[in-house]
Write a protein that binds this ligand. Structure first.
Ligand SMILES: Cc1ncc(C[n+]2csc(CCOP(=O)(O)OP(=O)(O)O)c2C)c(N)n1
Length: 336
């Protein structure tokens, strides 16, 4: 079983199933985060409902063992798609000692050097200059066929650092793909209050690089655009800006109430585009999945998420003495 993409490439059944599983897992993990928050077990959760296709599609184009990922805080899906173990996402959510930051970072701020996944920065657009620095290193060392994936939301493109990153990457023809998940909202600020340009991809022209806008609810379209961008960057032709147009169905975080700045009609109006049921229907209609497959895969992911939540909840919190670790030189308990 193989299905053609809009670019005429074919995706194998394994690739289609990876997209589907990654999208379901992302949704299940984020939903669990909201549940844990409402149960009083974690201080804050960030949802990415509506971003699943954008992240699974980009994750499929990422070449493990070669590429580097500079994610942002709404990226549970892509970090999992690029190989981060599920247990590490829950250790981050539940702030346990074995979390990649020792349980000392805000949730979803995972890191995995061995997998090429950089530490997430809460400072909007800071990862863009970091990503460009990494791409500069790849070029300087002549490390061919390696590309940096740099993720951010449309709000980040209003930051000076974002523009500096694009300009530097363009001038030096660096192997970096800038991947914008345009969900229309930067917390309570609508995109129409941030820019006059019709798309984020339009901004690429200002730096003399290629810019593409793609349907961010369609994982195959995103995969196709990102893998083409990857090939362009890896061949030494410089950066590409890929904009995936999607939507944030939930509040910015569990600390935000989106009813204060957008109508319910607006949110429900986007529901028909929900990428998870849409892609599921696509696979069923084309015979890549049966109803029984769907039930089995959904059950398997629910079980895995339940099991992992239970396992991590049973793990210890960091020792209080580690509070100042990684802050000052010297022993962790220097200030206690
Ligand atoms: C430099 C900086 N300014 C402001 C903030 C507060 N802040 C956190 S998330 C956010 C919105 C970012 O929106 P966007 O880039 O569109 O990404 P989204 O959250 O919509 O995925 C803001 C303003 C921050 N973290 N860093």
């Amino acid at each position: 079983m193989a299905l053609s993409t809009s670019a005429g490439n074919e995706l194998s059944r394994d690739q289609l199933l990876k997209l589907y599983r990654d999208m379901l897992t992302q949704r299940a993990v984020d939903t669990r985060g909201f549940q844990l928050n409402r149960q009083g077990k974690i201080g804050i959760a960030m949802g990415s409902e509506g971003h699943e296709a954008a992240q699974a599609g980009a994750g499929l184009a990422f070449e493990r063992g070669k590429d580097l990922l500079y994610p942002y805080y709404r990226n549970t899906g892509i970090v999992l798609a690029c190989g981060l173990p599920l247990v590490d996402v829950f250790r981050s959510q539940l702030a346990r000692a074995q979390d990649t930051s020792g349980g000392r970072s805000i949730i979803n701020h995972v890191t995995a050097k061995a997998l090429g996944i950089a530490t997430i920065s809460s400072i909007i657009a800071a990862q863009c200059t970091h990503a460009v620095g990494a791409a500069w290193k790849l070029k300087y060392r002549n490390e061919r066929d390696r590309v940096v994936f740099c993720q951010f939301g449309e709000g980040a493109t209003s930051q000076g650092e974002w523009h500096e990153a694009l300009n530097f990457a363009a001038v030096h023809t660096l192997p970096v793909i800038f991947l914008c998940e345009n969900n229309e909202w930067a917390i309570s600020t609508h995109i129409s209050k941030q820019m006059r340009v019709p798309t984020i991809a339009t901004r690429a022209a200002a730096y003399g690089i290629r810019g593409v806008t793609v349907d961010g609810f369609d994982p195959i379209a995103v995969y196709t655009a990102v893998s083409e961008a990857r090939a362009h960057a890896a061949a030494g032709h410089g950066p590409v800006l890929v904009e995936s147009k999607c939507y944030r169905f939930l509040s910015h975080t569990t600390d935000d109430d989106d009813r204060t700045y957008r109508t319910r009609d607006e949110v429900t109006g986007h529901r028909p585009d929900d990428p998870v049921p849409k892609f599921e229907r696509y696979l069923l209609e084309r015979g890549a999945l049966t109803d029984d497959d769907v039930k089995a895969i959904r059950r398997e992911i629910t079980d895995l998420v339940n099991r992992t939540t239970d396992e991590v909840e049973a793990e210890p919190y960091p020792d209080a003495k580690s509070l100042y670790g990684n802050t000052y030189a010297g022993p962790d308990d220097a200030w206690v």
